[in-house]
Ligand binder design. Structure first.
Ligand SMILES: *[C@@H]1O[C@H](CO)[C@@H](O)[C@H](O)[C@H]1NC(C)=O
Ligand SMILES: *[C@@H]1O[C@H](CO)[C@@H](O)[C@H](O)[C@H]1NC(C)=O
Length: 203
């Protein structure tokens, strides 16, 4: 009896230490990071969070997402979301970045955001109902400007009111394919990175 308990303990422990094994019957939150085009010092990406949980929605004041840059990346601008802090951008003259924080935290914008600051599926005040998605766009600077030099951010964290998630590693996956509005042409992201997060506990 005691040894069975110990085995169960080991199994459940290994589920949380081996981030490769982040699966859950209750679904997951998948964060997809699509690099859409290169810029002189980095790239523009569209980040989409999919709520693949059948039973769990995220309510106001909404989700928060954070990660750690691996080099000296900064965020020049964002559409459809914002970082909670700008950080120390004092080394920049002229154009001032949206965020110079090494571990930025991003929150959604509110409904009613001016149209020129929106992208599709943004601006729901962080509300993310079961089966739906939430997206924002960011322009990353001081980053790699090719598939060989762009570095995936690491240590993703996803939180929601009264909900704690555990996120796995960032994975370089098959680039997303997009179909144009007239449905006559397929395009492809330059690179795509996925992160999967599973519900851990209520807080
Ligand atoms: C996350 O959920 C989706 C939808 O159910 C599923 O297709 C995908 O395999 C899951 N991802 C992982 C890593 O379990
Ligand atoms: C990455 O995430 C997207 C969105 O959930 C999914 O369509 C795609 O299959 C995922 N890629 C891999 C390799 O899991």
């Amino acid at each position: 009896m005691e040894s069975l308990f110990f085995v169960l303990l080991l199994v459940s422990f290994s589920c949380f230490t081996s981030s490769e094994a982040l699966t859950s019957n209750n679904g997951n939150i998948t964060i997809k990071w699509d690099l859409m085009n290169w810029t002189p010092d980095g790239y523009v990406a569209v980040v989409t969070a999919y709520n693949y949980q059948k039973q769990r929605s995220i309510t106001r004041p909404g989700w928060k997402m954070s990660w750690k840059w691996t080099k000296k990346e900064i965020i020049w601008s964002m559409v459809g979301a914002q970082t909670t802090e700008q950080g120390d951008c004092s080394m920049f003259k002229g154009n001032i970045p949206h965020s110079c924080v090494h571990k930025p935290t991003v929150v959604d914008l509110l409904p009613g955001t001016p149209y020129n600051q929106q992208i599709a599926n943004c601006c729901k005040g962080g509300v993310l109902k079961s089966g739906l998605e939430s997206a924002f766009q960011l322009s990353v600077g001081s980053a790699g400007t090719s598939v060989k030099t762009a570095r995936m951010p690491v240590n993703f964290m996803f939180t929601a009111p009264k909900q704690q998630y555990i996120c796995g590693p960032t994975k370089n996956v098959r680039p997303t394919r997009f179909i144009t509005a007239d449905k006559r042409r397929m395009t492809s992201a330059l690179m795509t990175w996925n992160v999967t997060c599973v519900f851990h506990k209520a807080t």
